[in-house]
Design a protein around this ligand. Structure first.
Ligand code: PMP
Length: 411
């Protein structure tokens, strides 16, 4: 026991034995994901930070009705229950609309895409195994693999055509058999890039030839803004692609409802992994979402979302064009929520964020949050056009450009 006293007051601190934590978590105390969500939720800022869908666009009234009906019509809606089979069939229909038809028995309903990621990781990755990821990628993947203390092999992302699949092919040819390759071919988070069709075909071919599973994370696939969305990887291969979907971006994140599409003979094992996490996703939510889908209003809702988000994307791109310094470069997303902006190498966006909040009341996510392995992305920022209405997006970019003008000389 240690006694710490000061002159006014005796303070007794008991130095107790503390539980020894597992090695992978010992050195960590901050969650980038949580910080992003709190930053994105601050009312005193214009936030271009989080990947939070605009709550004004949630189908709250329709969902409330579906929820009330589910409670009223099913006495056991609040009970422990197995997955709701009708919802699996509805998800299979959605997959067909997404361009990747599948059978209901290939679907596992999950608690969001994040749980689907952790299930895929648990199914495929051994402790200290190897994974292939892009050198900037979704931060939630890094959290899911961390307990396995894996060897992370990174490949670059081309900002117009996506993952460097040649690099994946080289790693595979060198015999470095990873447990899986993680890809976000549509609406890439954070880069907002769409993987080209040629690369999709090539990646699936590499996976087949070298027997490497691909984890295809597709939260944004239904939110595409162009005329002809490309087929997901799952449409090109049914054996090696584990597809992950979610209702978070198209209905609402608080449902915590997503799904995986797997080879049918793996669904039972995926279910075992899921049960270890949460036994089952909310049976009430499954029924309510199914009842909402039954109304037939989801398709019109998606069309409306596409329209709104496309306009916001255009507003953001136009504002960047008008206000940002000529030295900046950014992506033009065809789906999803995000634009990735690269600034001159001497601009550190992590410190810039503090200044952005203090001096201009505007927020973004610094690129470093998404950097994997030895990669640095300190001169990059991710801007989201999902949460704010167009006038706030424009004002946010104006504020950011004022901040940058004080740091980057215009030539
Ligand atoms: N994957 C990616 C690429 C994401 O952007 C997100 C959400 N930001 C998720 C997974 C997690 O989604 P969910 O809310 O369905 O868990």
């Amino acid at each position: 026991m240690i006694q710490i006293t000061n002159s006014n007051m005796a303070v007794t601190a008991i130095a107790r034995d503390v539980p020894e934590l597992a090695a992978w978590i010992r050195g960590r105390s901050r969650s980038a994901l949580r910080e992003m969500v709190s930053l994105a939720s601050r009312a005193d800022l214009i936030s271009l930070a989080g990947g939070l869908p605009d709550p004004a666009l949630f189908p709250t009234r329709d969902y409330a009705r579906a929820l009330a009906e589910s409670l009223a019509s099913d006495g056991a809606a609040l009970q422990y229950r197995p997955s709701f089979e009708p919802l699996k069939r509805q998800v299979a229909e959605l997959m067909a609309e997404r361009g990747a038809p599948c059978h209901a028995d290939q679907i596992l309903l999950t608690t969001g895409a994040q749980q689907a990621i952790t299930i895929a990781v648990s199914l495929l990755l051994e402790r200290r195994g190897r994974v292939v990821v892009e050198d900037v990628t979704y931060a939630g993947l890094a959290e899911a693999i961390a307990p396995f203390r894996p060897e992370v092999l990174t490949v670059r992302t081309d900002l117009s055509s996506g993952m460097d699949v040649d690099a994946v092919a080289r790693l595979a040819a060198d015999g470095l058999r990873p447990a899986f390759v993680y890809a976000i071919p549509d609406g890439h988070n954070p880069c907002g890039v769409t993987m080209s069709l040629a690369k999709r075909r090539q990646l699936v071919n590499v996976a087949r030839r070298h027997q490497i599973p691909i984890v295809e994370d597709d939260p944004y696939g239904l939110l595409s803004y162009g005329a002809a969305p490309l087929p997901p990887l799952r449409a090109l291969d049914q054996d090696w692609v584990f597809y992950l979907g979610t209702f978070s971006k198209t209905i609402a994140p608080a449902l915590r409802l997503g799904w995986m599409v797997l080879p049918a003979d793996l669904v039972g094992r995926a279910q075992i992994v899921k049960e270890a996490g949460d036994l089952e996703s909310s049976s009430l939510t499954q029924r309510a979402v199914s009842a909402y889908l039954d109304t037939g209003r989801f398709q019109a809702h998606i069309r409306a979302l596409r329209e709104v988000y496309r306009l916001r994307r255009d507003t953001l791109l136009k504002a960047l064009e008008t206000h940002f310094p000529p030295a900046a470069r950014w992506t033009c997303p065809e789906s999803g929520f995000f634009v990735w902006v690269e600034l001159p190498p001497d601009i550190d966006c992590t410190t810039l964020l503090d200044a952005a909040i203090q001096e201009e009341r505007v927020a973004f996510v610094p690129g470093e949050v998404f950097a994997m392995g030895a990669q640095r992305a300190s001169n990059a920022m991710r801007l989201s056009f999902a949460t704010c209405a167009s006038d706030a997006i424009e004002e946010g970019v104006r504020r950011l450009s004022r901040l940058l003008a004080r740091r980057i000389p215009r030539d």
